[in-house]
Design a protein around this ligand. Sequence first.
Ligand code: SAM
Length: 297
Amino acid sequence: MTEFPEAAVNEPTVKESTLLGATEIRALAASLNATPTKKLGQNFVIDPNTVRRIVTQAHVSASDVVVEIGPGLGSLTLALLPNVAKVLAVEIDPVLAGALPSTIALHAPNLKDNLTVINADAMRITELPVAPTHLVANLPYNVSVPVVLHFLETFPSLTEILVMVQAEVADRMAAGPGSKIYGVPSVKMAWYGEVTKAGSVGRNVFWPAPNVDSGLVRLVRKERDFDPELRELTFTIVDAAFGQRRKTLRTALGSALGSPQIVEGILRDAGVDPGLRGEQLSLQDFVAIAQQAKKVI
Ligand code: SAM
């Protein structure tokens, strides 16, 4: 009988990571001399169940490339890595960005090569080393809406996103016409796809605990039959309509489209009653207004 030395046995690579709890997060921050700042929305997840839940809700698979905005100390990154092909982590804080590779090497040694850390402001990212299929993030609350819109516009390869945001923002992102919370984020998100809420998250899973609850939001990209060139004008009209949300469209759209006569003509041609308010219009109505406006202004 031939005996094989242990080293010659071809062991499968173990795609595992150990997740970070409260003790590890605090110790890691202390070792980096890092104090979480409000300005950068630094509330770190200290609960392994929460990051597992986010990954389950993210609908990712082994071939996916995930862009994570704001990996922080790595809680969510460690939960993502065993489940996807690659994580592109964009972190603005140079200390946290610098420490992330060693955290991953320690807690997920076999997966460290699947991580690329980019030390940058996510709002300024215009290209990535690999086209991302998914965006998954516990977002810094102060920039959550613009950053999601920026990535959806910049990376058409993104088919699905799952983000944790302030509960109130989650509600706004997923709201439909006719409700009080329907507004600019609702319409602009709807331009890119189907938006749904994917759960609520309490305050105690974070360190430091924020003074608001959080929510998970999913967007599944949908091919629209609108002309993509109409996006900018549609968004300008949306901003104007909700900028004065108590006013009727006849008045509110003046700043974006011109005199009351011009506005009235555009709205009638679009089949939209000028006496309505922005909160009563669907995305399709806003696009119809932009279509008509393009012919006139
Ligand atoms: N993902 C980590 C977690 O779940 O524990 C941290 C989430 S924390 C809510 C937000 C993170 O986003 C912080 O690490 C912060 O430094 C980072 N951040 C804030 N603004 C950013 C920006 N404009 N671009 C990239 N990262 C940003």
